[in-house]
Design a protein around this ligand. Structure first.
Ligand code: GTP
Length: 540
């Protein structure tokens, strides 16, 4: 894989990792907020449930207070007797007189409770037929049997136990408390009727809304309303269709707007928490079923309506959005820092790899071009250089001399002192030759004890001088070993490169011939073999 591909891959990996981390962190925050809001939703629902229980208790207490009044009990006993004497049902004249007396007797309490706590009704019924005897809210409506529509009343009249719950009645839907009314002097003995007080949710959801700062509303199902309530008393219908809703109470105006604009989230009759975008604000909407008295006794009965609680959650969601942006910003900054570090590390690694590669290449070149014993160029490399020099000569006419150098009687050295000393002699010669020649001169070991030297830019006498200088330098030194001081001499064959030379062999042969001359002439001397061309004489 190329370096660029590695960087691209690593960057993509890093970028991907940063994006995933940012996404996960944002999701985690969102889940946290959603969990907080769910908890809050449950607390708000509980507050409503507690309100309903409190109202139920309150209604039973008020009903108890009224039903324990001796006048009320006496009048109801009279009413029961009158109605019975006058044929039951609505009763007659006597019953009407008792009704009026009873109404006047209860009127002060009714006025006060109606105004102070929003009491909707005080309702007195006769046993055992559950006949309505007096409705304080509508004194003109009486005589109807309540057994069918109002289950609380027959239940209380059946066993004399106090009961409470939400019920939809002909004239209002509310939380009611029903208590038995016993005949005077027959405590828990003869039950003559029952007394009910009830209150609507309206004022109470407003009170609760004021305490908690959230909106509360109560919706009634169309079926439940149409089946039980007199049309005059229907609450406003806010949605159409067969299963339309009637708005019984709402502490804030938004609910009616949402219903009117069909913006309410889907609701399948169970506890549900949803969010609703409305006029640039985000609301959390909690909705759960409203069960009436019978529904509380029997969970299989359909709810009669639903409770809606809502509150504005724009601020926490705005904060979450802001937090997500911050997380993305941090993640981008982290990515850039990590990317820079990665690039830096990769750059350093690459530099180190390159350095090692260069060193290995240099080692390989060294191995391929030099002789291990002397460190001089080997035969192959020297011949390459000689070939190039010939080309340069033919192109640029740059002169060049070639020396062939051979150690004299080297076999004798080997034979006398051993091969290792022979090796040292070869190294010794190398050092002396390097000292005697110029830096640009190229020395190669082309055979066992045979060396060649290229002298670029040198012609005629210069070459001869260099050869002589080399020969003399070798002759002037001895190799000191533990056993002896070994004198060394060399014979040198000198030639000049010639533009007419086809390859290195011709020059080498001339140099060899010159060397042979030197050997033949007694060694430790320089032989010369010039190209056979005019103007190529030594010193020319
Ligand atoms: N120690 C050592 N000896 C080598 C090496 N390469 C070649 N030789 C020896 O060099 C000697 C060359 O001997 P000859 O060719 O007879 O030449 P000479 O003895 O120098 O005689 P002349 O060249 O005629 O003066 C042989 O004994 C080789 O074994 C080497 O790398 N190390």
């Amino acid at each position: 894989m190329s370096y660029r591909a590695v960087i691209l891959f690593a960057s993509l990996l890093l970028g991907g990792a940063c994006m995933v981390i940012a996404h996960l962190a944002g999701d985690l925050e969102e889940r946290r907020l959603a969990a907080d809001l769910d908890q809050q939703a449950l607390r708000l629902k509980t507050a409503f449930d507690v309100l309903q229980i409190e109202l139920q208790h309150e209604m039973v207490s008020i009903a108890d207070l009224l039903a324990s009044d001796q006048d009320v009990r006496r009048l109801l006993a009279e009413a029961a007797a009158a109605v019975q004497a006058e044929g039951g049902g609505r009763g007659g004249e006597r019953a009407a007189q008792v009704r009026e007396t009873l109404r006047r007797r209860i009127a002060p309490q009714w006025e006060t409770l109606h105004q102070e706590i929003g009491l909707q009704q005080i309702h007195v019924h006769l046993a055992p037929e559950t006949t309505s005897f007096l409705r304080m809210r509508a004194p003109e409506a009486f005589g109807d049997a309540l057994r069918r529509s109002r289950q609380l009343i027959p239940d209380v009249q059946r066993d004399g136990q106090r009961r409470s719950g939400f019920e939809i009645g002909p004239s209002y839907a509310g939380v009611r408390g029903v208590v038995p009314v016993w005949a005077p002097g027959s405590e828990s003995g003869v039950l003559i009727g029952s007394l009910e007080v009830g209150v609507s949710f309206a004022g109470h959801v407003e009170r609760l809304s004021g305490q908690t700062g959230v909106g509360y509303g109560v919706l009634l199902n169309q079926e439940a309303v149409v089946e039980t309530m007199l049309e005059t008393y229907h609450p406003p219908q806010v949605t159409g269709g067969l299963r339309g809703d009637y708005l019984l109470a709402a502490s804030r105006p938004e609910l009616a707007d949402w219903l009117a604009h069909s913006r309410m989230p889907d609701y399948a009759g169970t506890y549900r928490v949803t969010r609703l975008d409305w006029q640039g604000q985000l609301f959390q909407v909690i909705r759960f079923p409203l069960r009436d008295y019978l529904g509380q006794l029997d969970a299989a009965r359909p709810p009669v309506g639903s409770i809606i609680i809502w509150h504005n959650v724009s601020e926490p969601w705005r904060k979450l959005k802001h937090l997500r942006q911050q997380i993305n910003g941090f993640s981008l900054a982290g990515y850039l820092v990590a990317q820079s570090l990665l690039l830096g590390v990769l750059f350093l690694l690459r530099r180190e790899w390159q350095r090692q590669l260069d060193a290995q290449t240099a080692d390989l070149i060294q191995l391929a071009t030099t002789d291990a014993l002397t460190g001089l160029f080997n035969r192959r490399y020297f011949l390459e250089q000689l070939t190039q020099q010939l080309m340069r000569l033919s192109r640029l006419h740059e002169p060049c001399a070639l020396l062939m150098v051979d150690l004299d009687f080297f076999k004798r050295v080997n034979d006398t002192y051993g091969h290792a000393t022979g090796d040292r002699v070869l190294q010794h010669f190398t050092a002396v030759a390097r000292g005697a020649l110029r830096k640009i001169d190229l020395i190669g070991r082309i055979g066992g004890e045979e060396f060649a030297v290229l002298l670029p830019g040198v012609n005629g006498q210069g070459a001869l001088d260099a050869a002589e200088r080399l020969r003399q330098a070798v002759a002037d030194t001895v190799l000191k070993t533990e056993e002896d001081a070994i004198p060394i001499t060399v014979s040198v064959g000198m030639t000049l490169l010639d533009g007419a030379d086809r390859g290195p062999d011709a020059a080498l042969q001339r140099a060899d011939a010159a060397l042979y001359q030197a050997k033949s002439a007694g060694r430790n001397r320089v032989g010369i073999a010039l190209p056979k061309q005019p103007g190529r004489l030594p010193g020319a």
